[in-house]
Ligand binder design. Sequence first.
Ligand code: ADP
Length: 194
Amino acid sequence: MFNLILFGPPGAGKGTQAVKIAEKFGWKHVSTGDILRSEVAQGTPLGLKVKAVMEAGHLVSDELLIEIMESVFVKNSDVKGFVLDGFPRTLKQARELDVMLSKSGQKVTLVLALKVDEHELVGRLLTRALDQGRKDDTEEVIKNRLVQYHNHTKPLIDYYKEQKLFREVYGVGSIEEIFNTLSSTILEHQSIQK
Ligand code: ADP
């Protein structure tokens, strides 16, 4: 099993690259943002609970995310690998992920981070707001999401660096260029593992 975490700030291009990686390697793409947005769109009890939090650009509670991920792992026990996109986002989630994976004798295999500077991020997020009409892509909310990233998610870099799992790839360039760099880093890692 290859358990890949695709890491990076909002707007770094995780979603785009995660889909391509999952397709190339035959792994399951899990986007917690997509899962939550679909709950909101369907108006489920969970969706109703998280709607306002998401629209404000804040983080949904660790408890809910852990519940969601537990059910993802139970439902996909037969896959060859995961591309986790948007999870973990806090230290608590990272520790719980280790616990969840260890239940089936698994570990995080690699954390690949997309490095993009803040100025570029805000520009991209504002463009996406125009294209996709996501309610959490207004300037005010974008600022909140970047603050959440700095306060809660960035500390994960050290958590994974200490475990020697962290690799960084420059996230500016064409989608294909970045994808090729990510793919070769994964392939390199796979050959070391074997
Ligand atoms: P982004 O483009 O900011 O990376 P995502 O699509 O990954 O956005 O997530 C959108 C929103 O969903 C987040 O701003 C947050 O409210 C919620 N969310 C997604 N994943 C998590 C998580 N692991 N922990 C807490 N909240 C999350």
